[in-house]
Design a protein around this ligand. Structure first.
Ligand code: AMP
Length: 356
């Protein structure tokens, strides 16, 4: 989607991706090699700039490029956002509030940890977790110990369970020249730890967007951002925002910007990375997104969305990723546009049952 957004700006994209079926191979030059392959990294070093749309790339790959080509965001920011405990400490350092947490890296870290985060928590692997993978809810010390063993005794963080009112997200971009711009505030609903739907505009108390921007700017400044990051927030009943995590890239919740009539998050990232003029990007119309996630039916065969009915609904745009079906894997999304927020909610209610 980044490569698709780059083309109309006159920019061609080379993608390094070890999977031979990399979807981007269909619209970009594909280097089919490991992330740390020296020859492939030489090819990237010959580009005008390097960015990423996936955080599970080795920091060493970026470090090898850093002195040869602008890498935005750079390895230091990536290293922070790849590791939940480091990220939370760095967020607190930037003045943001996080969920209470305890690093769990040895047996000796277990006693008392759950009580210290409030008695109910979520154990998450510090690295390589996404879409609810590498996570377990725990309500007792025995469950905590069992969950840690289940996750393979790898470094984890235990987070206190936050009783949030809603989840929202917001992206911020900063060009190397120091120009800062923001994406829209979007409201998100998760199912089984996976983003199910996003809606713009978010229905939030007054002042929420201004506060989200303030926090995003503080993180962008403290982390010396070049490029684009997305902050995920929990909003508490009183309106306060807690930062859940930071993605060092465009984000699933921003996909709705593709069809809202304004600049998309993908174009925003390309602009930020290439130091092109950039202003706030937000949909011109109320817009929503529903993810298409692989779901196996009771007999093990994939359940498919009702594509004909989806296409027949007013305001829908289908986006498919050319990825093979796998249970729990995001394989596409449907964006939805409407002239006003009420119509958007009504159309969303019609769309939801069509997507398993
Ligand atoms: P994450 O992978 O950290 O983004 O978690 C995925 C989803 O799980 C979040 O978007 C929330 O819906 C839920 N979740 C994660 N951490 C917490 C928490 N500390 N308290 C309550 N819900 C959480």
């Amino acid at each position: 989607m980044l490569a698709l957004a780059a083309l109309p700006l006159g920019v061609r994209v080379t993608v390094l991706e070890p999977d031979e079926h990399a979807p981007a191979r269909l619209c970009a030059r594909h280097l089919h090699a490991p992330y740390t392959d020296p020859a492939a990294l030489n090819e990237l070093a010959a580009c005008d700039a390097v960015t990423l749309e996936f955080e599970n790339v080795p920091v060493e790959a970026l470090a090898a490029l850093q002195d040869r080509v602008p890498v935005r965001p750079g390895g230091a920011l990536l290293a922070r956002s790849k590791h939940r405990a480091h990220e939370k400490r760095a967020l607190q350092g930037a003045g943001a509030t996080t969920a209470p947490f305890e690093a769990i890296e040895a047996d000796t870290d277990l006693p008392g940890a759950l009580a210290r985060v409030g008695g109910r928590g979520i154990l998450k692997t510090s690295e390589l977790g996404y879409d609810g993978k590498g996570q377990a809810r725990v309500n007792s010390d025995a469950e905590l110990r069992a969950a840690w063993e289940n996750l393979g005794r790898v470094p984890c963080v235990l987070e206190g369970l936050v009783s949030f009112e809603r989840e929202v997200s917001l992206a911020v971009a900063r060009t190397p020249a120091g120009q800062v711009a923001f994406g829209p505030l979007v409201e998100n609903v998760h199912r089984d730890g996976i983003l199910r739907s996003s809606v713009f505009p978010a229905q939030v108390p007054d002042g929420t967007e201004a506060r989200a921007r303030e926090l995003a700017r503080a993180v962008a400044d403290a982390w010396a951002l070049e490029g684009l990051i997305t902050l995920e927030f929990f909003q508490l009943p009183g309106g306060d925002l807690i930062v859940n995590e930071v993605a060092p890239r465009v984000h699933n919740s921003g996909h709705l910007t593709q069809d809202g009539g304004g600049v998309s998050q993908f174009e925003a990232q390309v602009r930020a990375v290439l130091n092109l003029p950039l202003s706030d990007w937000r949909p011109l119309h109320p817009t929503a997104m529903v993810n298409v996630v692989g779901v196996d039916g009771p007999d093990g065969s994939p359940l498919t969305p009702d594509w004909a009915a989806i296409d027949a609904l007013d305001g829908t745009r289908v986006h498919l990723y050319h990825k093979a079906h796998r249970h729990g894997r995001k394989v596409g999304h449907v964006n939805l546009v409407a002239p006003d927020p009420g119509t958007l909610r009504a159309r969303l209610a019609s769309l939801e049952p069509l997507i398993p």
